[in-house]
Every structure is written in C-alpha cells, then in structure tokens.
Design a protein around this ligand. Structure first.
Ligand code: ADP
Length: 318
C-alpha cells in the first residue's frame, strides 16, 4: 500500500478544499463531462501532487504527471496534449515556470480543446509550411504552483477553480503520521506522533520524512515501539530543530530580530538584507512565520512577535 493517499477519505485535512473538490467531482460526473481546469496553490510538500492523483482516482481518470521545468521544446507539450484521451488529467507541477511560448499553446487547448500548430515539409524550393488546427480530447489541466503570484493573468484566467492549500494543524499532521506508521507496520505511541507533528512545519512531507528517520533510529536501537523519547533522540541526532524551520526562515527571523531589533522593517529592506525577491519573501517565507505567530504585518512594516524572540533564544542554546 502506498503512503500517498489515493482517495479523498484518506486525504487528511484541507477540509474546505476537499468540500470544493467533492462538489466539482460530483457535478462533473453527473454532467458526464471532464472537470474544469484547476490550479492547486500552496507551499511545497502540502499535498498538491497527492490531491491531483486523488482527484484522478475519484474521477476514474488517467493522470499524466509532468513539471514545467522539464518541458523544454514545443514538441514536448504538443506531444503531451495530443496523447490525452477524453477525461484524462494533465498535471503540470511548478506551472509558474512555464515559458510564455508554451503558455500560448495551452490557451486554445484549455479553452476550446484545440491545438494550433505549424507543419512543414518538402525540400529546397518546394519547402512549405502551413498552420493547421488539431482537435484535442476533452482533458482537465491541473496546474500546481508554490508561487501563484508569478502566474500570468491570461493563464490564470483560463482555470475555472483555484484551490489554495494551507499548512496543516498539529492534530492533522499527527493523523498523517499515524496513518503512514500503520502502513509501514511501525508501532508508535499517540504522543510520539504529536511530537513528530510539532516539528513538521505544518507540512506532511516533513512529517513523513521525520517519521522515516525516527523509524531508522528505533530499528538501529532495537526499540520495538516508538515513544516520545525515541522521537526526541532521533530529532537531536538528525539535527531537526523545533518547528522544522528552514534556513531561509531562520535567516529572515535573525535579520528581523537581531539586526533590526524586531522591526518594524519594510519589505524592500528585507529583500536587500536577505538577497531575495519580494515574491519569495511574501509567498514562500512569510506565510509560515505568520501562521506560527512569529511575525505580524503592520502598516509600517514587519514586526517580530514574542514567540520569535523566544524561539531564537532557545535556538541558540541547542
Ligand atoms: P506537493 O505536491 O504539494 O509538493 P505532495 O503531494 O508531493 O506535495 O505531498 C508530499 C507528501 O506528503 C506525500 O508523500 C504525501 O503522501 C503526503 N501528504 C500530502 N498531503 C497529505 C494529506 N492531506 N494526507 C496525507 N498525506 C499527505
């Protein structure tokens, strides 16, 4: 059994998104038509690819999975589109990285299920090229993005639905850990699942990764049952810090708290101090820090909260 959930029931959390998906699927099935094109937005590791495969399973559709950076030539995208059958789902990860030329191929494909291509042939003076329009099957495009702000307006407007995934609560992450442990036939205590959840930065991918390291640790130490103590020792061994904060977030907090005494500081100053663009700061770094209550956005700039000061002082000690 795969650790990736296959159905909506197995997909834990994201209740609002699941409600919307359920309605879209029910309606498409009753209309006996393909689903409208969908954008899945949200930080990495929150379950966008998983949700796309869940949607395909629930629809009884085939899914082709690709990622914008691997689409290098026009032929790649034309080949993908023409290989789809009615009801199939095409999943393009990191769709914000699709080049404008390829986006333009998608517009008529998404809107009218048509593909405008130029074919050429002949030799020497008899060379010719002509534009032809191909009919495509009625497919569904699911695009995933960590940076919705980077999507061009014309592309975004061709998606019928935008579903935004949010960070998971510790309770939900603990459920995810419990489910995966069961699949892996690993014995783990309830409180140990919560301890893993607390270090997973709201992200199932991190939770699953920590569980694997904890399992390695328990095997190597011949522990049959994983308890909180085992989790803590494994976290220490593998240097997994509190809240699973990553280096970019840590750098952000240090600049705000240590270099600017907690702020307020403006976005432009943060950009140059971190050497990052506005979008990375606003869409990748800040959502988690806001959610954790580490920072607040005010009219005069970003301000560190007590929790951020506390976190950094404990962090230095560990
Ligand atoms: P993304 O595409 O957003 O980067 P993935 O879909 O690859 O994230 O998910 C990362 C991992 O987390 C997968 O291995 C998947 O099993 C797990 N996962 C994600 N969302 C859920 C969920 N809602 N319930 C259970 N497991 C999940």
């Amino acid at each position: 059994m795969s650790i990736r959930p296959l159905t909506l029931v197995e997909y834990i959390g994201q209740e609002e998104v699941k409600k919307q998906v359920r309605v879209l699927i029910d309606s498409a099935k009753k209309r006996v038509e393909s689903l409208d094109h969908i954008i899945l937005a949200g930080p990495p590791g929150l379950g966008k690819t998983t949700l796309a495969t869940v949607i395909a399973t629930e629809m009884g559709s085939q899914i082709k999975v690709t990622s914008a950076p691997v689409i290098e030539k026009k032929g790649d995208i034309v080949g993908l589109l023409t290989s789809l059958k009615d009801g199939d789902i095409l999943f393009i990860d990191e769709i914000h990285r699709l080049s404008p030329a390829f986006e333009e191929i998608l517009y008529p494909a998404m809107e009218d299920f048509k593909l405008d291509i130029i074919i050429g042939g002949g030799v020497g003076k008899k060379r010719y090229s002509k534009a032809i329009t191909l009919d495509l099957s009625r497919f569904t495009l699911i695009g995933a993005t960590t940076r919705i702000g980077m999507l061009s307006d014309p592309l975004l407007s061709r998606f019928g639905v935008i579903l935004t995934l949010d960070y998971y609560t510790e309770g939900e992450l603990s459920e995810i850990v419990k489910r995966v442990a069961q699949i892996m036939a690993v014995e783990i205590e309830e409180e140990a699942c919560m301890e893993i959840a607390r270090h997973s930065r709201g992200t199932p991918r991190i939770a699953n990764k920590i569980l694997k390291r904890v399992y390695d640790f328990s095997l190597s130490h011949n522990r049959e049952r994983i308890d909180t103590d085992t989790v803590r020792q494994a976290l220490r061994l593998f240097s997994i810090k509190d809240y699973g904060i990553d280096s970019l977030m840590l750098k952000y907090l240090r600049i705000l708290v240590e270099s600017f005494h907690g702020g307020p500081i403006g976005l432009t100053t943060l950009c140059s101090a971190l050497n990052e663009d506005r979008k990375t700061i606003e869409e990748v770094i800040e959502p988690f820090l806001l959610r954790m209550g580490f920072i607040k956005k005010t009219k005069v700039g970003r301000v560190a909260q007590g929790k951020a000061f506390e976190f950094l002082s404990n962090f230095r000690d560990t």
